[in-house]
Design a binder for this molecule. Structure first.
Ligand SMILES: Cc1cc2nc3c(=O)[nH]c(=O)nc-3n(C[C@H](O)[C@H](O)[C@H](O)COP(=O)(O)OP(=O)(O)OC[C@H]3O[C@@H](n4cnc5c(N)ncnc54)[C@H](O)[C@@H]3O)c2cc1C
Length: 444
């Protein structure tokens, strides 16, 4: 009879899995497929350059306690920055968010955006596309919001539900939009206006710090199958099989439906129906430091391959040595489709052409380049998403598996929300373990 390895097995060693483990009071083990923990919060440190592998990651939160906790993890290794994002529209750099940057537009564009924002008769929205027209009017939608969103999501906006916008994209006050159009400074998305970022080591410093609080972490363990064993679970990577009393999963829930034994076909079908896009990051090091001091540039134009550019050395000067700089481009694709199929060298070539067209780089200054692919970028919330996700979640919850993290919950959640979810998961498991112990000591 194989022995139990730990009381609780935690599948996946990204920020969520590590946070659960760091908060559990009883023994547990994190199983991570990669050779190091961190998941989507990994950073690359090479040739004196530092950048986040899965797109730029800034530390912010609406929850003051969570923010304070994240900053305490960084233990002084942090700097505070102020957002300086732009939108590249018709050759101009427009302040972000667009509705707060109308003064940067050509006068005719500015007029149209303001006119359509004020006299907007678009019907109550039934989908994301309608919502953009209804909330922002025709001009802001057609000049920026619609092309940018269809570029990043890779799905027609009318196929997306209202789920993901609700509570996420604030409607700016009319007064702010008028002020923005006449050139009085206003700020949108206030909760991200100021942010923190590690001075050294990139965002990986956050999971690294959490990993120090984890007692048992096994890397290079790719969970291939999970099965029930009486009152526990057996988890296998094909060679090794480990046993646990309780399970927490941070793995993509659609994949769990295929890795757990005995999952009914209709539940697997719910998992297969969930949509997401994949992400390619292309990071280029330059032997010059002439890049602008923008934190990011949003690029709605369909002629340019990337939807966003960012500048890692703006987040921390330590991310590039003196005299050098970094620029990172992000491209989304449907899984296995479009640009995903291209060779890295072709992707890089297209990105360099795009950056040249924007007059941001001189190719002869390139001293470093790296293309990184991330299978799970953003969850796409279409019309069957809520229903199918609820069925999947309820199935795994009935089995007693705790789901935690961006891909297990299959929600658009950031690091702070992953940490909050992991803390709640750990608290529930701690409570349950205490009750079990009390029952074992004093049987009724
Ligand atoms: C482009 C982009 C930019 C972002 N920017 C920000 C930002 O600025 N600020 C912010 O707060 N958040 C940001 N986020 C969100 C943030 O990255 C996530 O919320 C967070 O990293 C999710 O952590 P997680 O542990 O839930 O998932 P993951 O990081 O995906 O961790 C899951 C882990 O499970 C492992 N795994 C998968 N399959 C298996 C298997 N079969 N066996 C074993 N292990 C497995 C993976 O290797 C991974 O380590 C961004 C996300 C994206 C996509």
């Amino acid at each position: 009879m194989p022995l139990e390895r730990s009381h609780t097995g935690i599948l996946g060693g990204g920020l969520s899995g590590l946070t659960v483990a760091a908060h559990l009071e009883h023994d547990c083990e994190v199983l991570e497929a990669d050779s190091r923990p961190g998941g989507h919060c990994m950073s690359v440190v090479e040739q004196g350059l530092t950048f986040d592998a899965g797109g730029p990651h800034i530390v912010f939160s609406r929850n003051a306690d969570t923010l304070a906790f994240m900053l305490s993890l960084l233990d002084g290794n942090l700097g505070r920055g102020r957002r300086n994002n732009k939108i590249f529209y018709n050759g101009r750099y427009v302040k972000y968010p667009f509705e707060n940057g109308l003064f940067d537009l050509a006068p005719q564009d500015r007029f149209e955006c303001l006119r359509d924002y004020i006299s907007n008769t678009h019907r109550a929205p039934a989908n994301f596309k309608d919502w953009m027209y209804h909330t922002f009017g025709t001009a802001i939608t057609e000049k920026y919001l619609l092309p940018y969103n269809e570029k990043i999501w890779k799905v027609p906006a009318e196929q997306m539900s209202l789920d993901w916008v609700e509570g996420r994209i604030p409607r700016p006050p009319l007064e702010d939009v008028i002020k923005a159009a006449v050139g009085v400074e206003t700020e949108g998305y206030q909760h991200q206006l100021f942010f923190y970022y590690p001075e050294r080591g990139g965002i990986q410093s956050l999971p690294d710090s959490m990993a120090k609080r984890v007692r048992r972490l096994t890397t290079n363990f790719c969970v291939r199958s999970v099965r029930r064993t009486g009152d526990g679970w057996a988890v296998s990577d094909g060679d090794r099989e480990y046993r646990y009393r309780r399970l927490v999963s941070t793995l993509p829930i659609n994949e769990m439906a295929h890795r757990f034994e005995g999952v009914p076909d209709h539940i697997k079908a719910c998992g297969d129906s969930l949509r997401f896009n994949s992400l390619i990051t292309i990071t280029i090091g330059l032997a010059s430091d002439l890049l602008p001091d923008y934190s990011a540039i949003y690029v709605p134009s369909p002629e340019l391959p990337f939807h966003r550019l960012s500048f890692p050395a703006v987040f921390s000067r330590q991310n590039a040595p003196q005299g050098k700089s970094l620029i990172q481009a992000e491209i989304t694709c449907m899984p296995g489709e479009g640009m995903w199929r291209s060779d890295d060298s072709d992707i890089l070539k297209r990105v360099v052409e795009g950056l040249r067209a924007m007059d941001l780089i001189h190719p002869e200054e390139i001293c470093y380049a790296k293309v990184i692919r991330t299978k799970y970028g953003y969850v796409v919330q279409d019309f069957t998403y809520r229903k199918h996700l609820a069925e999947l979640k309820s199935y795994f919850e009935r089995q007693g598996v705790a789901l935690c993290g961006r891909n297990a919950q299959f929600e658009y959640i950031n690091m702070d929300q992953c940490i909050e979810s992991a803390q709640k998961t750990a608290a529930r498991l701690n409570e349950a373990a205490r009750e079990t112990m009390a029952e074992e000591l004093c049987p009724q």
